[in-house]
Ligand binder design. Sequence first.
Ligand code: NAD
Length: 486
Amino acid sequence: MMSTTTVQTLKNFIGGQWVESTSGKTDEVPNPATGETLAYVPISNREDLARAVEVAKAAFKTWGKTPVPRRARILFKYQQLLVEHWEELARLVTLENGKSYEEAYGEVQRGIECVEFAAGAPSLMMGKQLPDIATNIESGMYRYPVGVVGGITPFNFPMMVPCWMFPLAVACGNTFVLKPSERTPMLANRLADLFKEAGLPDGVLNIVHGAYDVVNGLLEHPDVKTISFVGSQPVAEYVYKTAANHGKRVQALAGAKNHSIVMPDADLDLAVKQIITAAYGSAGERCMAASVVVTVGEVAEPFMEKLVQAANAIKIGNGLDDGVFLGPVIRDSHKAKTENYIEIGEKEGAKLVRDGRKDAEANGQGYFIGPTIFDHVTTDMTIWKEEIFAPVLSIVRVQSLDEAIELTNQSPFANGACIYTQNGSNVRKFREEIDAGMLGVNLGVPAPMAFFPFSGWKNSFYGDLHANGTDGVEFYTRKKMVTTRW
Ligand code: NAD
């Protein structure tokens, strides 16, 4: 254990300065792989937040009018700096989140791609004209920023999810107040440091660490015009309703329960490889994680055999160690919650085929839980209904593609869904009939890249315009229509 005297308390980033929270309250940030304290995060209060919003509002006056190519140039410089610091950022993601270094490295890439997309601001911000809507009358649409944007992010992607928000919002001319997850707050500060180094003017990006008080402050503050949220379903729904009640534009990306359908004609080695990565990568703490597999017909037995074999071969451990695939879950409380789900699964009659509580690492230091597999899961079971957000995979057996689609569509969540098959007509039927927004065919994590919308449906998303892509540009801008007679 590190001694607490050597562990730093993080600061907020307001007006380009690192400032202490005035609340005097902090939370510990442990390394989930070891339990060792990495830092203390301030649990800021509404005064801290109000100060950041005031600064962001003042900065908007000049930043919103800064020529778009000049704004874009800062994003180009930021991209260079992020690339230069790639390894350092990936290491920090692994330290505070626990995911393997390889996955953290990939996450940093996803974040950098968002900055690359945002650097296209001059094209993205363009309007439209029609020179002759009537004789001698023309109409033009001009795009403008919205004002101060509030961003609230989850623990599972400390780099990628904040990068879904602030680079594009800022490129579009808005100023930003970010409330990172209090469970993974460290990376956000490096992102701010590097943006400042890239030449971002003071006050354009601000960070206020904390929990509910800061979130509620953002949702209710009259000078915050727009809210981007990513997190669990109940909080997303609350954020959406509360912010909308306060007259704000909101996008709230929520929880998930993603189904993967395995057809009898699937390439089983490919399907197992993809499903293992999608179910257990990032310890199952991914909104696009495969958490339910639906086997169709006779594929169930050979699939299960290969799946268990592959799960047994997974290397569990500290994400910074070579060859480790499965790191810890985020906190000991989350580990306990997952173990409770496993008990409930057994009690409700699912067959526990592989018990991650029995892996050696699950009984040592850190918040580890091994790959867990339940077979013969049914839709009345808690483990099918709820998002567990851990390395626990449920297998449901059905007899036809129709049945698989009907079952998948019963879930109130609808982020992603995948199919494994060699048959084009299966793919077409799946695409047309599945009620989910991000579909994968013969691949496990169909997360769209930065230039496409991250398009969850049903209870996996509250709002209209999704994060990323042109949806993101629409979300972070408002339009003026000018009709002119000369
Ligand atoms: P969370 O909902 O616990 O926290 C998200 C944010 O909301 C944090 O910043 C937290 O401080 C704040 N928060 C939490 N409870 C709050 C409350 N009662 N009132 C106000 N603010 C509150 O989520 P998490 O555990 O950090 O992240 C995991 C969840 O996020 C999973 O459900 C996952 O599916 C979801 N997620 C969704 C997407 C997506 O694109 N749909 C992406 C990543 C994560």
